[in-house]
Design a protein around this ligand. Structure first.
Ligand SMILES: [Zn+2]
Length: 75
């Protein structure tokens, strides 16, 4: 199920959350990400997982959410 989300720079359509925390392997629910995602204006954001570790959330070419290790991202 896709979903249209309004962000400061326009509108993005998100397909689904495929964001799996690289630290604890938890699938991060769409709704947990979306509330924060709509407030930022970059194509990625830092996100604190329930495992207390900070990871990076971004989207792939299909607009699915994906998660990356913080150290693997060059800001
Ligand atoms: Zn985690």
């Amino acid at each position: 199920m896709s979903k249209t989300v309004f962000i400061p720079n326009g509108i993005i359509t998100l397909s689904e959350s495929k964001a799996i925390c690289p630290e604890c392997n938890r699938l991060i629910p769409f709704d947990e990400i979306e509330a924060k995602w709509v407030k930022q204006d970059k194509p990625f954001m830092k996100f604190k997982c329930k495992c207390k570790r900070v990871i990076v959330i971004t989207t792939n070419m299909k607009s699915d959410f994906v998660a990356l290790k913080l150290k693997d991202v060059n800001f």
